[in-house]
Ligand binder design. Structure first.
Ligand SMILES: *[C@@H]1O[C@H](CO)[C@@H](O)[C@H](O)[C@H]1NC(C)=O
Ligand SMILES: *[C@@H]1O[C@H](CO)[C@@H](O)[C@H](O)[C@H]1NC(C)=O
Ligand SMILES: *[C@@H]1O[C@H](CO)[C@@H](O)[C@H](O)[C@H]1NC(C)=O
Ligand SMILES: *[C@@H]1O[C@H](CO)[C@@H](O)[C@H](O)[C@H]1NC(C)=O
Ligand SMILES: *[C@@H]1O[C@H](CO)[C@@H](O)[C@H](O)[C@H]1NC(C)=O
Length: 269
C-alpha cells in the first residue's frame, strides 16, 4: 500500500513537473483544404523575453504581421500542392521555440515526360514524380489496355522493373518489344489523403526505322553526286573553247590581281 502511494506520488510529481517545465507552444490543427486559411501558433510561459517571431517553410522564411509577441499567424491563400508542406512558427527566445502546422494534400503526380520513345531491344524508362506534401507511400503502375488500367507487376517477364521513392517512381522496361510494349502507361501515387495519377505514352521504333534517316542521307548524296557528274560531263566539251577565247575583262583583271597577290606573298616569305 505504501509503495503504491509512493508510486502515485511520483507519477503526480512527474506530471506536475512536466506542466511546469517551461514554455508550451500550441498550434492550429493540420490543414487539408480551403482558401484563406489562417494558421497560427501561440506560446505560453515563455521563460525568456520573446524578441520576435516568424514562419519558415523549408528553407523559405515567411513574414507574419502580428503585433502580439506571444501569438503569430500566417495566411495560406489556397491549399494546394504548391502551398502544401510543413510550416514552422518560430519564436525568438533563448533557446528558440518552434511549432509546426502541417498542410497536407493528396499526391500531385506528374509525368516527368508525357511521352517516351525507345528503339526495339533497348531499355525504356518511364518516370512520374509527386511534388506535394506529404510524400507518396505507395506507387502503382498500370498499362492502359482498351481504356482499362491493367496492373504492371514488378519483375514481370523479367523485363518490367519498378523503383519507387517518396517523390518519384521509375518503370524500367528492358528489351523493348515492338508489338507488345507501345501504348499508354499510368502511374498512381497514394498517400494518407488520397491518390493522384499521370499518364505516360511509350513509343517503340523498329531497328530498321532507326536506320531510315541514315539511308535517306546516303540516297541524297548519291543523287547529288550523279547530278553533278552528269552536269560536268555535258558542260565540259562546250565550255573549253569559251575559256580559250579569253573570257571577259573583269575576270581577267581578277586573275591578274590574284597573280599579283601571290607574287607579293611569295616575296614576303
Ligand atoms: C493560445 O493557446 C491557448 C491554449 O491552447 C488557447 O486557449 C488560446 O486560445 C490561444 N490563444 C490564441 C490567441 O490563439
Ligand atoms: C495580417 O495580414 C492579413 C492580410 O495580409 C490581414 O487580413 C490581417 O488582418 C493582418 N493581421 C494583422 C494583425 O495585421
Ligand atoms: C522491384 O524488384 C526489384 C528486384 O527485382 C527490387 O529491387 C525493387 O525494389 C522492387 N520494386 C518495388 C517497387 O518493389
Ligand atoms: C521529397 O522532396 C522534398 C523536396 O521537394 C524533400 O524535402 C523530401 O525529402 C523528399 N522526400 C523523399 C522521401 O525523398
Ligand atoms: C491507385 O492505387 C490505389 C492503391 O494504392 C487504388 O486504391 C486506386 O484504385 C488506384 N487508382 C487507380 C485509378 O487505379
Amino acid at each position: 500500500m505504501e509503495t503504491l502511494l509512493a508510486l502515485l506520488g511520483a507519477l503526480l510529481g512527474a506530471a506536475g513537473g512536466a506542466s511546469a517545465a517551461g514554455p508550451q507552444i500550441s498550434t492550429t490543427p493540420e490543414v487539408t483544404s480551403g482558401s484563406n486559411v489562417l494558421i497560427s501558433c501561440n506560446v505560453t510561459e515563455a521563460s525568456t523575453e520573446i524578441k520576435g517571431h516568424y514562419w519558415m517553410k523549408g528553407e523559405t522564411k515567411l513574414l507574419s504581421n502580428e503585433s502580439a509577441p506571444d501569438f503569430t499567424s500566417y495566411l495560406i491563400p489556397k491549399v494546394d500542392y504548391e502551398t502544401s508542406g510543413e510550416y514552422h512558427c518560430i519564436f525568438d527566445t533563448t533557446p528558440l521555440l518552434r511549432g509546426t502546422v502541417y498542410v497536407k494534400v493528396k499526391p500531385h503526380v506528374v509525368a516527368y515526360k508525357k511521352s517516351e520513345h525507345g528503339n526495339e531491344g533497348d531499355t525504356g524508362v518511364l518516370t512520374c514524380k509527386s511534388n506535394s506534401y506529404p510524400s507518396v507511400t505507395q506507387w502503382n503502375w498500370f498499362k492502359i489496355v482498351d481504356g482499362v488500367p491493367q496492373p504492371v507487376v514488378n519483375g514481370t517477364e523479367d523485363r518490367f522493373f519498378i523503383k519507387s521513392g517518396g517523390n518519384r517512381t521509375d518503370l524500367r522496361i528492358t528489351s523493348l518489344n515492338l508489338e507488345k510494349d507501345p501504348g499508354e502507361y499510368m502511374c498512381n501515387g497514394t498517400n494518407e489523403l488520397g491518390e493522384g495519377s499521370a499518364v505516360v505514352g511509350l513509343r517503340v521504333r523498329s531497328r530498321l526505322a532507326a536506320l531510315w534517316p541514315f539511308l535517306g542521307i546516303v540516297a541524297e548524296v548519291l543523287v547529288l553526286v550523279t547530278i553533278i557528274f552528269i552536269y560536268e560531263k555535258r558542260r565540259q566539251p562546250n565550255q573549253v573553247p569559251d575559256d580559250d577565247d579569253g573570257g571577259s575583262a573583269p575576270l581577267k583583271s581578277n586573275a591578274a590581281n590574284y597573280k599579283d597577290k601571290n607574287v607579293r606573298q611569295r616575296n614576303a616569305n
